[in-house]
Design a protein around this ligand. Sequence first.
Ligand code: HEC
Ligand code: HEC
Ligand code: HEC
Ligand code: HEC
Ligand code: HEC
Length: 223
Amino acid sequence: MAQIFSTRADARLRLVLIVGAALILLIGAAAFAYVRSGNAWAIGRPAEQPVPFSHAVHAGGLGLDCRFCHAGVERTAEAGMPSAETCLGCHERVWNVTAQFAPLRAAIAQGTAVEWSSVSRLPDHARFDHAAHTQAGVGCETCHGKVEEMPRTVKAESLSMSFCLDCHRDPLANQQPAGAVFARDAPPAAELQAMRPHGLQAQRYEHYGIEVSPLTRCSTCHQ
Ligand code: HEC
Ligand code: HEC
Ligand code: HEC
Ligand code: HEC
Ligand code: HEC
């Protein structure tokens, strides 16, 4: 059979195919690396806030308990955010910089909540419950990092589905006694061993005989 393409054209075609294939692989690898990186999950990036708030100053330096401002965290699904009154309770007297706290005064005047933005908001199809975790002895740091050292609040973990599932498959290793969650100092190892974590599921089972559903079931986190 006669040669249709010259040897030169053949080599060129081969080159184009090889370069094309390499490009496709490269783009795929880059996309994979991006999805796997903290960047895609906005880890480490602070959000714009109405008042520049520092956990390092208030929770770290002043030693305020998390529950002082996030009052729902032990009893309800939502951790809750501090009202303008909570801040101004102190700031009418200390560090009273009028311009900086104007958004707080405006919220009080209009009877609205302060519009704090969130770095950890999940999509609507996913469900989360703070009380379940606090009562099961999962510390804030596990999901939010060392907040008390942050001058500006940033996301520390992806809070992706695989992050949740990594623990839900075997939570015991990450649980402490519930009382240890807000303790200033970590309890001694021996004490931790002796106190079994006692989550909401266990309580529900004991009190009402409601079966414990596996923490990995889709409906645990999706309606
Ligand atoms: C228990 C009292 C108390 C409460 C409640 C409180 N603060 Fe403060 N805050 C202080 C003190 C004291 C300082 C000064 C700290 C220093 O000098 O190191 C301060 C400093 C500040 C500063 C300036 C320093 C900085 O860079 O952070 C801002 C802004 C601030 N607070 C905002 C807030 C906001 C917003 C709230 C409510 C979410 C709040 N504070 C609640 C006591 C409080
Ligand atoms: C004086 C009030 C105050 C105290 C005490 C406090 N926080 Fe906060 N927290 C805030 C405010 C105001 C915001 C919103 C502004 C921001 O993100 O910095 C916030 C935001 C957060 C967020 C980010 C939530 C999101 O979705 O963006 C986390 C996580 C958090 N706090 C955890 C903690 C932990 C853990 C402690 C205890 C170590 C604590 N906070 C103590 C006032 C407080
Ligand atoms: C198992 C992981 C996990 C633990 C433990 C945890 N959180 Fe959260 N937190 C989340 C997730 C996920 C969100 C976003 C919830 C949503 O979008 O529904 C969140 C949201 C928040 C918010 C924002 C609430 C709002 O209304 O915008 C605050 C504040 C907060 N957490 C504080 C805390 C504190 C304080 C603790 C410890 C007592 C804690 N969290 C423990 C995962 C966790
Ligand atoms: C470090 C471990 C850990 C991580 C991370 C974690 N969880 Fe959990 N989760 C638990 C434990 C422990 C329980 C409570 C089990 C019990 O009640 O005994 C729980 C309970 C829950 C419940 C309540 C189930 C019920 O029946 O009331 C929901 C909803 C939930 N988790 C969602 C999430 C989501 C969404 C994430 C990721 C953003 C997440 N969890 C991350 C350990 C974890
Ligand atoms: C422990 C909690 C948890 C369980 C159990 C869970 N998911 Fe998820 N899932 C999440 C969270 C959190 C997200 C949202 C992550 C994000 O995009 O921020 C998510 C996201 C998703 C998404 C959207 C994917 C995307 O890229 O946005 C789908 C689809 C999904 N889950 C399906 C399932 C199915 C099917 C099951 C059961 C086999 C399941 N999930 C079990 C927590 C969970």
